[in-house]
Design a protein around this ligand. Structure first.
Ligand SMILES: Nc1nc2c([nH]c(=O)n2[C@H]2C[C@H](O)[C@@H](COP(=O)(O)OP(=O)(O)OP(=O)(O)O)O2)c(=O)[nH]1
Length: 147
């Protein structure tokens, strides 16, 4: 549903912002990167596991659900990584959170083409979705700290 609210300047502010959450799953100083299998325009490009937050769902809850659906893993969600990234002409926003695997779960590529664990100096070896660039940049020092 779309509702609009007038702000101080009298302009309408969109309230139907779609929130996409991503999990930067970190293990031993490496982050899990996932290659999309669809749609064709972005197949083979790399992203953080995640997806749209469903109505009535919290961001952490959405991440836990998406990681289970896409990778068959249980995760603990930690701090935000990087800033909010506006996408689709401002209609959606990408928010990435650090995460760690629980119970020695091992990610399986149930929906992705491929998975890779990347160290800080390997982050540029894959082609990330364009919106992920500022997040990947913020992740680099984070990975170096958690080595
Ligand atoms: N999961 C994820 N999506 C990203 C990232 N970067 C980025 O631009 N996106 C975009 C790609 C898609 O347009 C959108 C996420 O949509 P999606 O199709 O993965 O979400 P979903 O799993 O909820 O999809 P669906 O059930 O509606 O098919 O966000 C990222 O790092 N992770």
């Amino acid at each position: 549903m779309q509702t609009e609210r007038a702000n101080g300047g009298g302009q309408a502010e969109r309230r139907d912002l779609k929130v996409i959450v991503g999990a930067a799953i970190i293990r031993d100083g490496r982050v899990l990167a996932c290659a999309r299998s669809a749609p064709p325009e972005v197949a083979g490009m790399w992203e953080f596991p995640g997806g749209k937050v469903e109505p009535g769902e919290g961001e952490t809850e959405a991440l836990i659900r998406e990681c289970a659906e896409e990778l068959a893993v249980r995760v603990e969600i930690g701090d935000r990584v990087g800033r909010n990234v506006r996408m689709a002409h401002g209609r959606s926003v990408l928010k990435v959170y650090a995460a760690r695997l629980l119970h020695d779960d091992e990610p399986q590529a149930l929906e992705h083409q491929a998975l890779r664990w990347l160290a800080a100096d390997e982050l540029d070896e894959v082609t990330w979705l364009p919106a992920d660039a500022p997040i990947v940049a913020a992740l680099r020092p984070h990975l170096l700290r958690t080595r």
